[in-house]
Design a binder for this molecule. Structure first.
Ligand code: NAD
Ligand code: G6P
Ligand code: MN
Length: 447
């Protein structure tokens, strides 16, 4: 049977990840055929630089695919099967503020965790809801695959404020870590592993990892993580496969310390911000944070390469590389389009899947995905250590969404205070007052 060809909208066409996603889609056309790709962004000039290069790539490599880039919602969202959403409301300039303002008070500033993530959440909620509303107006049968951050807060907002919308929130961090686990084990692909996992986004644990024959792979991975974290054997030998930035190497190494807290499970790397916040704050340079690193490296590389391609009008020697990890997006789209019943980790309403946890929480757990969307796989009861941490963190995420909806200063102050990363309510208030000034025009006006 021939597969129906899909029409894709990339929302956040100007993202640094867009060229990698396009290259990844092109590599997967046989299993996920495409008739049309559109880009949508609210920054015309930024998007145009990426779009001009992608247009040349598509003309040379897949001329049958129709392509257009627009800032007009109706043109963008009409006749679409999947919206792949990766917007960053406020762009890197605001990410820099999210990271640097908390550091003024000795508190770690991070894209998705703690005060930085809360600040970004207050900007993202409105942006993502707007995309959903356009999608429902112009292509009511479409699905949105959202990886715009902070995914945990965005997911809670969509659960609460757009409960019937066809949106699935997903993260690539577990995929990236599983890729490393497969390397540690010497497996060809992470897909040889079947995992059990539970948590919130950027806040979870693997509890069981098996190969296709049911052999338990956890002991071998744990042995490695106890010594080296998720730094791979190749990296330890000094032959890294990819060009990994120092901040990420630190993160993979730090997983060793996080693992020590509960050797029954394997942790997500982001837990380091919650379990060792002072270490991270001390290590940070308040003048030069991850946003600066990304602006100096990824953003410069991607835009200069796109501009080069547009100038020479050919992509024959393009240095736009496929983002391997991003193929999870095709797995998800294929699962919905062709009912493949793929097993994947998604951010979904708990509804009892974690038996002893808030049924209204958005949790990250394995699901079977088919044309009707995800079916959650029960993870049973979780231990008190994880439950305690998750209850505190889910309260933060819910308070942020309530604060956004009710335009409530009080609730946002409470959210910051509950965050494990913020030392006390006074510091929470100082950070909040600075964030309000920095986010003028992006956040609702708080009462
Ligand atoms: P980026 O700033 O390069 O790109 C984001 C784009 O979104 C920009 O071109 C910007 O103009 C556009 N944009 C902002 N607000 C918009 C709006 N309201 N409507 C339409 N377009 C809008 O950022 P990036 O570093 O490439 O990251 C993009 C997003 O993907 C971020 O949210 C990032 O956190 C997320 N991300 C998520 C995962 C995951 O695992 N979930 C992985 C990687 C990146
Ligand atoms: C991982 C996370 C994403 C996050 C990204 C940050 O991939 O899963 O949610 O956006 O890291 O990467 P960056 O390179 O922008 O710091
Ligand atoms: Mn993520």
């Amino acid at each position: 049977m021939t597969l129906k060809k899909q029409s894709i909208l990339v929302a956040g066409g100007g993202s640094t990840f867009t060229p990698g996603i396009i290259m990844m889609l092109l590599e997967n056309l046989e299993i996920f055929p495409i008739r049309q790709i559109k880009f949508y962004d609210n920054d015309e000039e930024r998007q145009k630089q990426i779009a001009d290069a992608v247009e040349i790539v598509l003309k040379e490599r897949a001329p049958e695919i129709e392509f257009l880039a627009t800032t007009d919602p109706e043109t963008a969202f009409t006749d679409i099967d999947f919206v792949m959403a990766h917007i960053r409301v406020g762009k890197y300039a605001m990410r820099e503020q999210d990271e640097k303002i908390p550091l003024k008070y000795g508190v770690i500033g991070q894209e998705t965790c703690g005060p930085g993530g809360i600040s970004y959440g207050m900007r993202s909620i409105g942006g993502v809801l707007e995309l959903i509303d356009y999608m429902e107006q112009y292509s009511p049968n479409a699905w949105m695959l959202n990886y715009s951050n902070p995914a945990a807060i965005v997911a809670e907002a969509t659960r609460k404020l757009r409960p019937n919308s066809k949106i699935i929130n997903i993260c690539d961090m577990p995929v990236g870590i599983e890729h490393r686990m497969a390397e540690i084990l010497g497996l060809k692909s992470r897909k040889e592993m079947t995992v059990r996992y539970y948590g919130l986004n950027h806040f979870g644990w693997w509890t069981d990892i098996r190969d296709k024959d049911g052999n338990d792979l956890m002991p071998a991975i744990k042995k490695h993580v106890a010594e080296h974290g998720y730094v791979t054997p190749g990296e330890l030998e000094g032959t890294p496969g990819e060009d990994i930035e120092p901040s990420w190497m630190h993160t993979y190494g730090k997983a060793k310390e996080t693992f020590a807290l509960d050797p029954n499970t394997l942790p997500n790397t982001y837990l380091k911000y919650y379990l060792f916040p002072q270490d991270e704050a001390e290590k940070a340079n308040p003048e030069y944070t991850r946003a600066n690193e990304v602006m100096d490296h990824r953003e410069k590389q991607v835009f200069s390469e796109c501009n080069r391609i547009a100038n020479i009008k050919t992509a024959e020697d393009a240095k736009l590389v496929t983002d391997d990890h991003a193929s999870y997006i095709v797995d998800l789209a294929r699962a919905i389009a062709y009912n493949t019943r793929e097993r994947m980790l998604l951010i979904v309403p708990n509804n009892g899947a974690i038996a002893n946890f808030d049924p209204t929480a958005m949790v990250e757990i394995p699901c079977i995905v088919g044309s009707n969307g995800p079916e959650m796989i029960n993870q049973g009861e979780i231990p008190r250590f994880q439950k305690g941490l998750m209850e505190q963190q889910v309260a933060v995420e819910k308070l942020v969404v309530e604060a956004w909806e009710e335009e409530s200063y009080q609730k946002l102050w409470q959210a910051l205070t509950v965050s494990k990363i913020v030392p006390n309510a006074r510091v929470a208030r100082q950070i909040l007052d600075d964030l309000i000034v920095a986010n003028k025009g992006y956040w609702p006006e708080l009462k």
